[in-house]
Design a protein around this ligand. Structure first.
Ligand SMILES: [Zn+2]
Length: 304
């Protein structure tokens, strides 16, 4: 299951038949909601193009274009071997993907052709922009749907993260070694420490919920793994392995349970057919509302 980060109206310039996502015959994912939303008449380009880490194989550029009299800034990412021009819109704005050699006129042409779609999606995203997490004392992170106030203790002799009640608020005390006068190092180390803490809480919680629902619905409990996916909540494969993103721990328990049920339902239906959703409903009767809540809060869960 993907969460609704990316809207990918990926456009294939050649108009050729597009290969399915690698492994899609063998795996089911809860992806970004937006991945299923493409501009009308456009198709997804092959995603199995090998990506090399050579810096010359990828170039990023900030550009802008006028659409309907409005200036729209976008990020152009050129990759060697990329076929077609891809447009995506999310909480960070518009990103356009193209090959290293696609002429800028062809890129602008493609944006222009999808101009109405782009403006509509940018409008939809305007109230759920992803704002990066602030890593300083007083900032908030979400844990199981509840706000935790960060208390950062820089210059400590060791790294330690601890949750504690202080008056009526729940705090997350984060001890890190970064020097007090170095905000960049503080932010970096605080994020590393908090992510490690979230991951440590995630596996027992997710494994327990998976075990609980498996037993309740007569399924052999699958193996549970954590992932760091930034574009999907969970995935399930035919080897009965379920992976959950540790980012799920930011969501309230009922939302986590929906994702657990969704992945467990894939053990019976490795697809998103009506039979699959029927299975989800059996395990999680409120799934429609929960799925919607998860989609609508995606920008909160993806601040880091
Ligand atoms: Zn799914």
């Amino acid at each position: 299951m993907k969460w609704p980060g990316f809207l990918l109206p990926l456009v294939d310039l050649a108009g050729s038949v597009i290969a399915p996502l690698p492994g899609s015959d063998d795996a089911a994912h809860q992806n970004f909601r937006g991945l299923s939303s493409r501009a009308p008449g456009t198709s997804r380009p092959p995603t199995n193009t090998p990506r090399t880490k050579l810096s010359s194989a990828e170039q990023t550029d900030e550009r802008s274009i006028a659409l309907d009299g409005k200036r729209i800034d976008y990020k152009l990412v050129r990759r060697r071997g990329r076929r077609g021009v891809g447009l995506k819109v999310d909480g960070t704005g518009m990103t356009v993907a193209a090959s290293l050699t696609t002429p800028i006129s062809a890129i602008e042409d493609m944006i222009g052709k999808n101009g109405e779609w782009v403006l509509k999606k940018l409008g939809e995203w305007s109230h759920r922009k992803i704002t990066p997490q602030r890593w300083q004392t007083g900032a908030t992170i979400f844990y199981l749907g509840e706000p935790l106030t960060l208390m950062i203790d820089a210059g400590a002799s060791k790294v330690k993260v601890e949750q504690a009640e202080l008056q009526t608020q729940t705090h997350l005390f984060v001890q890190i070694k970064a020097a007090l006068h170095d905000p960049a190092a503080i932010a970096e180390q605080a994020e590393v420490a908090v992510v490690a803490w979230l991951k440590k809480q995630a596996l027992p919680h997710l494994a327990q919920r998976t075990f609980f629902y498996s037993k309740l619905h007569n399924l052999t409990p699958p193996r549970v793994f954590l992932s760091s996916a930034n574009n999907r909540w969970g995935s399930c494969n035919s080897r009965r392995e379920i992976r959950f993103s540790w980012r799920l721990m930011k969501a309230r328990p009922a939302l986590i349970d929906y994702v657990v049920c969704h992945e467990l339902a894939h053990l019976r239906q490795m697809n998103h057919s009506a039979a699959f959703w029927h299975e989800v409903e059996r395990m999680c009767p409120d799934y429609v509302a929960l799925k919607q809540e998860l989609d609508q809060n995606d920008h909160r869960f993806r601040a880091f």
